[in-house]
Design a protein around this ligand. Sequence first.
Ligand code: CP
Length: 314
Amino acid sequence: MRHILDGRQFTRDWLEGTLFPNTAELQLTHPGQLPQTLAGKRLFYLFYEPSTRTRVSFEMAAIMLGATVHGIDSQEEQVRAERLEDRVQVLNAYPFDFLLVRYHQEGGAARAAAVSNVPVINAGDGVGQHPTQALLDVYTLWRELGRIDGLRIALVGDLSYQRSTNSLAYVLALFSRLKLYLVSPQLLGMRDEVRDYLAHSGAQIEHVRDLRAIAHDVDVVYLTRAHSERLQHAQRFEDETGSYALDADVLRSLPPDARVLHPLPRGPELPAAMDNDPRIACFRQAANGLYVRMALLSLLAAERDSSLSRVTER
Ligand code: CP
């Protein structure tokens, strides 16, 4: 847990025994009575891509638990101006306690972690991973449905270039008896290594080209942005029946206790006109992110303090 980089680094025991209960407790606590577990800590964010949810929820999580927050919203062109590794080493010297990094290329957070002497949190690295999004996604399933084992989940859209679904698949692999419908154009199917990891965990996997065909048989629809150039391009190569959006037919077919999740921001795949349907959980999901990130920062800080005090004792 020194850094948060990859959906494969978590264990089921840690999720169910530590992260979920800590998050739920924070969520029940009055904001004015939150424990100041991050008092005196400093979070720095370094973002090479825009963000609303990840950046602001981490920022608020840190502030509400007593930390101070500083950061840079960088532009991709600044990559040429200074190496990521140099920036991280400079930031280590100032000194901050956590670095939250969103990078536009896969592997950016791992590069930062390789030279950082404080925890680096991957806030999304290009088409690689978004591990804290996956944590809030599975927490939302646990909170909304009371279980994750045995769920039938449709992952929908461009699954080749989606860091959220990559990390979510890795975290879901910790659970049992899952049925995963991978609903994407053939050209944008889930990466082999991610799909194989899921399959190796025992999950049952089925490839589907039309969400309407399986909507009646799912507990969860996890939508991703459908208006990317890639998805439109891929759809031109398949028959007209492929569908990767929530429409009236899908909504009618969904079981009454199903849930629709979306990491946001959304596109036309999740029409705002359907937001009143209580099965659509994307805003509750985004709200959960604040508390999941509070719990995560507290746990990282406690672990770091205890390892530093062990070093001092020696
Ligand atoms: N879900 C997500 O990562 O949103 P942001 O891009 O706003 O952080």
